[in-house]
Design a protein around this ligand. Structure first.
Ligand SMILES: *Cc1c(COP(=O)(O)O)cnc(C)c1O
Length: 395
């Protein structure tokens, strides 16, 4: 029996050929494939500007820097997410202010945001977690009313829709990530999208060592300093190297061309899981907002054990499934309970009870676009055996 991985990228000859063509072209960074990839992602989410970056985390970090957020500032975000959506706040020395989640969408609860706003609040980072875009429109309205910048960490939601608008179109800017477990991948990579051309240009400069935007790259092969030399070594601000290579961008373009196909395959896998698990009364299945079945961009398939199970039991189910070569994971441990958050900000157990209760009971099942019926059957069977064992242990 071979292992069923938690996730797996969907790579075809199209992607392989695009990468090989790039290698043969001799242009490996700052070139036409990046421009095209930026255009494709920006268009998909109806934004004017795309800024390709070396990771989603790098994109979030640059936005914090570009918005001038720093020590003394507060940024509101969710404790139930991948850690990067909060770490970017720490990277610039600001304070993350967590707001508990809505148990049905697992996203930040809009009705709890206003009580967390203070004069120090500089931004809200909203995360459509697991690809569920619910509440993004309401969070955007709250941000507008209070004149607070909204950043959408859409790293898990490429291709999804909310209120007839694409994920990546909410707030002042949004960020995508292209790690191999995401809907599309560039190996490592990410993209900022925005309609704010000034913000976009600051990010392009930050991405490129603080060079003036438009500073031409020196010709790849030339060893003779040309006219470009001056501006390539002129730095307007403290910047980073967050560029994304042409090789990665070529892969990204090929994946973007297949995005709708990939999303449809993922919807089929999700609905198979739904059908098989629907009648199990000790499980809570992902809650897709009514009317979004056809537009949901599934990042992962995360189930919850019912309240009769505790965290220790969930962990035992996870290790049991792993022992049977089924790749499962505990998406997500609460961010505020990570040791360096407790130490730096004094967060503790009990601060965000809904997130804490849910994160103890979640299990991410194997999920990718090529997971077949037999594998899904085997995952569900293994889960059933492990839950039956827990019932026996309880007696
Ligand atoms: C994947 C992800 C990121 C970015 O991850 P990178 O590995 O840096 O590309 C950021 N936020 C969330 C919520 C994510 O899931």
């Amino acid at each position: 029996m071979s292992e069923i991985p938690l996730s797996q990228p969907d790579i075809t000859d199209k992607e392989i050929n695009a990468v090989v063509d790039t290698l043969r072209s001799g242009r490996l960074s700052i070139g036409p494939r990046r421009d095209l990839f930026e255009q494709m992602v920006a268009e998909r989410c109806k934004r004017h500007e795309g800024i390709a970056v070396s990771s989603g985390t790098g994109g979030l970090h640059m936005l914090m820097v570009a918005l001038g957020i720093g020590p003394g500032d507060e940024v509101i975000t969710t404790p139930f997410s991948f850690i990067a959506s909060a770490n970017c706040i720490l990277m610039v020395g600001a304070k993350p202010v967590f707001v508990d989640i809505d148990p049905s969408s697992l996203n930040i609860d809009p009705s709890k945001i206003e009580q967390a706003i203070t004069p120090k609040t500089k931004a809200i980072i909203a995360v459509p977690v697991f690809g569920n875009t619910r509440h993004m429109d309401r969070i955007e309205q709250i941000a507008q009313v209070h004149e607070i910048t909204l950043i959408e960490d859409a790293c898990e939601a490429l291709g999804g829709m909310c209120a007839n608008r694409p994920a990546g179109s909410f707030g002042r800017a949004s960020v995508f990530g292209f790690y191999p477990n995401k809907q599309i991948t560039t190996g490592e990579g990410g993209m900022i999208v925005t309609n704010d051309s000034h913000l976009a240009n600051v990010c392009r400069s930050l991405r490129n060592q603080g060079r003036a935007e438009g500073a031409p790259a020196p010709a790849a092969m030339s060893s003779v300093p040309g006219d470009n030399c001056g501006s390539w070594l002129a730095h307007d601000r403290l910047g980073y190297n967050y560029r994304l290579s042409e090789i990665a961008c070529a892969l990204g373009c090929a994946q973007m061309e297949r995005l709708d196909e990939i999303l449809e395959k993922r919807r089929v896998v999700a609905s198979r899981y739904m059908q098989k698990l629907m009648d199990w009364d000790d499980l809570i299945l992902p809650n897709v907002a009514p009317g979004t079945e056809e537009t949901t961009s599934w990042f992962v398939f995360v189930i919850r054990l019912s309240n009769q199970y505790n965290g220790t039991e969930r962990d035992r189910v996870i290790s049991g499934m792993r022992r049977h070569e089924v790749g499962v994971s505990n998406y997500f441990p609460c961010i505020h309970l990570q040791p360096f958050y407790r130490q730096s900000f004094g967060y503790k157990q009990g601060d965000f009870p809904i997130s804490e209760s849910i994160s103890q009971r979640t299990i991410a099942l194997p999920f990718h676009s090529n997971l077949d019926e037999t594998q899904i059957e085997l995952v569900c069977h293994t889960l059933k055996v492990m839950l039956q064992r827990e019932q026996l242990l309880k007696r």
